[in-house]
Write a new protein. Structure first.
Length: 235
């Protein structure tokens, strides 16, 4: 079994690989400005903001791993509210890839017990990674991701879903072994390092949760099962 320090080192290497492309895109926009041309400042802002989301998620994962520095206390959390917040923060990033983000929160979903900041950061990292992965999978179909929650016999599922027919638990298992080593550990679904998936995976791990491949409304994606809170439903 890998040590926690090895895991965080591999994750850092994966993130370093991930942010090369947006940094290159930002550099090109700066070159345009230096040449007296009009750079796309909005694109620069969005790319920089998304990079910060990824780094913040990694930092949180490290803090949660070292629990003497950061207390891991579960509380009653609204999953639909977490998904809505992630959609709001990532809508501009999704627009760069011509992807529509949708919420799917049908039915009455009560609060769950979770570390609020951890769950939010993990969902944002996961969504960001699947936004980058989806264009290569769409094959001319509508490019859409659903941030969804639904009940299952084990609890409440929170996840991100899209047109990923080749996504399987074997693909995820192999990716876990290769991230930080291979430049494309999830080569069947993403041309990037997919580091947001592994940031989410690490955050969920220290929250004693397991990121899994799942289905929702005939879409494939990645989700986690959360335990309902015994407290009264949030108003």
């Amino acid at each position: 079994m890998q040590s926690e320090s090895t895991l965080t080192q591999q994750l850092l290497l994966s993130i370093a690989e991930q942010i090369k492309l947006p940094l290159l895109q930002i550099s090109r926009q700066a070159e345009l400005a230096a040449m007296g041309l009009d750079p796309d400042y909005e694109q620069v802002r969005i790319l920089a903001e998304n990079g910060m989301h990824l780094i913040d998620g990694y930092s949180l994962g490290v803090k949660l791993t070292n629990r003497h520095d950061f207390e891991l206390t579960p509380e009653a959390v609204s999953v639909p509210a977490i998904l809505y917040d992630a959609k709001t923060q990532l809508s501009s990033f999704a627009n760069l890839y011509n992807i529509d983000l949708e919420l799917s929160t049908g039915g009455r979903i009560g609060p769950v017990l979770a570390h609020r900041q951890g769950l939010q950061s993990a969902i944002i990292a996961l969504t960001s990674a699947l936004i980058e992965a989806l264009p290569a999978q769409a094959d001319g179909s509508q490019k859409m991701l659903q941030l969804a929650t639904h009940k299952c016999r084990y609890g409440v599922v929170a996840g991100v879903y899209g047109n990923f027919p080749s996504l399987s638990n074997d693909v995820l298992r192999t990716g876990r072994k290769l991230y930080g080593i291979s430049r494309q550990p999830l080569v069947t679904i993403s041309h990037t390092s997919g580091s947001g998936i592994f940031v989410a995976d690490e955050i969920f791990r220290v929250m004693n949760l397991k990121l899994r491949v799942s289905r929702h409304h005939r879409l494939y994606g990645l989700g986690v099962v959360l335990q309902p809170s015994s407290q009264l439903a949030l108003i």
